[in-house]
Design a protein around this ligand. Structure first.
Ligand code: HCB
Length: 229
């Protein structure tokens, strides 16, 4: 009897896991299709089964990475990437109300932005949303943001941390420039620095004197908590 019971539980777990993986794949495939309607339908189907952050990270963002790979291989072209990005944004917007509400008062203040010359902001926007729903007070200064905008917002909000996103090897240097400006302004000791974006790495973060590198939004939340709480 006991064996039968635990066997059934294991079988049930297996079925649930498989279903999750299938939902992730459906979400990812919908992004690769570059069709907004397909993405919204996949989100609608998944939202009863999965938490909003896992729909975004494991489904939609995984699909966007696949789009990047196909673009690199010449299998998709820029208009496709733009359509996929638009569909991804629509999917994330749809999930905003499903994000877990932060129960306590803001734990710390974080300014988040994408460096000047770089228009990529999907990942950065996800990071902002996840930090916000984890209890941080977040000021997202958008994309293509000059160094001066980072500094002005940090001063205005008395921020404890800055998140700096860069998606291109050509704009990565912008992260270093923000850190240098923090040093020049005498703010570096009181403001923690997190860097992110596909070309950034732990080694890069160390080299430019950032406090941490976050590979994705979940890691951004855990690193912010580690450094600020
Ligand atoms: Co764009 N693009 N793009 N692009 N693009 C990339 C980034 C390339 C790698 C594609 C390629 O060639 N292989 C490439 C950069 C090559 C390089 O490194 N030099 C590239 C290029 C070249 C360009 C243009 C120059 C193309 C052109 O015009 N010829 C142009 C850029 C113009 C400019 O910026 N001045 C361009 C334009 C576009 C759009 C507009 C079509 C669109 C962006 C739409 C938007 O963001 N609103 C776009 C997209 C979508 C991409 C790819 C396909 C996906 C990026 C993305 O959204 N990923 C990307 C290929 C790729 O990255 N594999 C390609 C999904 C998100 C969820 O992941 O990595 O952004 P993420 O964010 C993660 C993570 O990095 C981390 O957490 C996020 C969530 O998990 N993170 C942080 C990010 N920021 C953080 C901040 C923190 O504080 C902490 C963590």
């Amino acid at each position: 009897m006991c064996f039968f019971y635990s066997f059934t539980i294991e079988l049930f777990k297996e079925v649930v896991t498989t279903t999750k993986e299938e939902l992730y794949k459906e979400l990812s495939d919908a992004i690769v299709s570059c069709k907004k309607d397909q993405v919204l339908a996949a989100v609608e189907k998944a939202r009863g089964e999965l938490e909003a952050p896992e729909i975004i990270e494991n489904g939609l963002a995984a699909g966007m990475n696949e789009v990047g790979t196909l673009f690199e291989r010449g299998k998709l072209f820029l208009p496709h990437v733009m359509m996929a990005a638009e569909a991804m944004q629509a999917g994330v917007d749809e999930l905003k109300d499903d994000m877990p509400e932060a129960s306590e008062k803001a734990a710390a203040v974080i300014v988040n932005g994408t460096v000047e010359g770089d228009v990529h902001d999907i990942g950065k926007a996800i990071v902002s949303t996840m930090l916000q729903t984890s209890g941080f007070e977040v000021y997202d200064i958008g994309r293509d943001a000059p160094v001066a905008d980072f500094i002005a917002k940090i001063k205005e909000t008395d921020a404890n941390m800055v998140g700096i996103s860069a998606l291109m090897t050509t704009t990565l240097q912008g992260q270093k420039e923000v850190i240098e400006a923090l040093e020049e302004e005498g703010l570096r000791d009181k403001v923690k620095v997190m860097v992110g974006g596909a070309p950034a790495t732990n080694a890069w973060a160390k080299k430019i004197g950032a406090d941490c590198y976050a590979e994705n939004a979940t890691e951004a939340v855990s690193k912010a908590k580690e450094l600020l709480l």
